[in-house]
Design a protein around this ligand. Structure first.
Ligand code: FES
Length: 242
């Protein structure tokens, strides 16, 4: 194992943060920052600005939010059962990192960066080829449901194993959005773990950002304080899934 490239995320005492929720039950830090990046601590809220309550999430349903930038989409799902813990993963360039596990009372809540590492497919207001397929659902991308699927070229990712790629042409897994759930059962995004595609994505979709934000640079601004969170089906006019 290349220790310099070996990322470990472990429990720790809460660090000083810009916003202090009443209490943070799960705080994480990386002792090697190669594939863990801490961003703004941002609360997931509904359209009225009220906190999203972890235990009130619909099970196996995709929720959409932007993190860590205004224009980088992410999906939140309560899988309905615990994820695996301390899952060792490897990025395309061989860097190792460890997915700590889901959050919430049942360790079943996960979030991922919804940018496919194959050719950067991502949810847009018009449509999404990217979604979570429930366990009893069917997909052409994998032998079973219970996976994130990019229907552009049928890559599947296992959310219980830190969004590891389990089929399709994608060269690596999805980046995980690291979440914390506080004592009020409210959800916070605090960082990104794993190989993100933000650089390529910002480069590739300037016209799209210009159309949505008026100025593509707005898409690159960090999300701060709160991020509106809604069902993916509310954000996208159409969800296309094979
Ligand atoms: S862009 Fe997602 S599988 Fe090709």
């Amino acid at each position: 194992m290349n220790r310099r490239n070996f990322l470990k995320v472990v429990g720790a005492t809460a660090a000083v943060v810009a916003i202090q929720p009443s209490s943070i039950s799960q705080t994480l830090y990386a002792n090697n920052g190669d594939l863990y990046k801490r961003y703004e601590k941002v609360q997931l809220v509904d359209k009225a600005g009220q906190p999203i309550v972890a235990s009130a999430l619909k099970k196996e349903t995709s929720y959409f939010f932007m993190y860590p930038y205004n224009g980088t989409p992410a999906l939140l799902v309560d899988l309905g059962e615990p994820t695996e813990k301390e899952v060792k993963l490897t990025s395309e360039d061989g860097t190792e990192y460890i997915f700590p596990g889901g959050v919430g009372k049942n360790s079943s809540i996960v979030a991922v960066s919804a940018i496919c590492p194959h050719q950067l497919t991502h949810p847009k207001p018009s449509d999404s080829f990217f979604n979570y397929v429930p366990k009893n659902g069917k997909t052409m991308a994998y032998k079973s449901g219970g996976v994130f699927v990019c229907s552009s070229h049928l890559s599947a990712y296992d959310p219980k194993q830190g969004a590891k790629r389990v089929s399709g042409p994608a060269p690596q897994g999805l980046a995980n959005i690291i979440l914390e759930v506080d004592d009020n059962d409210h959800i916070w995004a605090v960082g990104v773990l794993g190989p993100d595609k933000f650089h390529d994505y910002f480069k590739a979709f300037k016209p799209e950002f210009k159309a949505i934000y008026g100025n593509w640079r707005k898409a690159k601004k960090l999300v701060k304080v709160q991020t509106p969170t809604m069902l993916l089906s509310e954000y996208c006019k159409e969800i296309i899934q094979y």
